[in-house]
Design a binder for this molecule. Sequence first.
Ligand code: RIB
Length: 311
Amino acid sequence: MGRLVVVGGLNMDIHLFGLRESGGQAPLVAEGHLAQPGGKAGNVARAAARLGAEVTLVARVGDDDFGQHCLEASAGDGIDVSGVTTTADEHTGFVAIELERGKHRSLVFSPGANELLTWADVAPHVAGLTVADVVVAQAEVPPETLSALAAATAARGVPLYLDPTPPDRVRRDHLLAADVITPDLDEAAQLTGRIHSSRLWTRSAAAELRAAGARRVLLKASEDGALLLDDDGLREVPTARVEAVDETGAGDVFMAALAVRRLEGGDWDEAARFANAASSLSVSRVGLALPDRDEVAALARELAAAVRPPG
Ligand code: RIB
């Protein structure tokens, strides 16, 4: 099985849940909180390692306790953290996440060291990769670093899986280099400049993103599952109905599971079902929940049984 290299953000997250307005100038009151290592790349790396992949994480943290904690958590999951640079005089990325009924009410992001990730940090970790490996990236790093990564993976034929988030930092050259992009509905709306309105909209947004240069679009449509659009046409990918407890990192778990199944030789449809299974398990639990291999595989089998045969 090939190697997975994950490039991007590594943060400390604080999840605040059970929020109550106290009225007037009084502060919002949270029933509880959870502090956890996060960041889109950190989450993908940990979820993929949990699902059985050999993972290298490439990121930057500050020279502080949060950075140390993020590093230790990743290393503890068996991830190769030789690509994580500790940055003097900068803080580790930090995110405060307000949750309302499992969904994000607001996110406050202080990117810190993430903004200093350079191509020089990344290059040694993608130099030896081949078509049998996968690189996963998001846009939580400087756009020029992502552009250099896009150019290098395209030149060597290394598959690049891009989660186009935050969408305002995604450039056309990033989309053109990606084997697959995995926006959610809000990200697709921002990338296409049109407000999400209906299931028909979802299909036309996928088509528009493909026309903009993305080779393959896997649009995450929340409880409606996902839409997969590539040279083989458009397919609906089913998902499981679950009650959302904490949506944080569900997209990262989705990406991790997709990459793991592809590295194992799964086709795109099968890998997309595996990804939907993993993210729905993750969303039904508090914090960044990293589902186990067996439970994801069992749910993916149920989803496969729900797929109508063509014709
Ligand atoms: O995708 C979820 C992640 O986005 C969180 O862990 C947070 O750190 C933000 O980067």
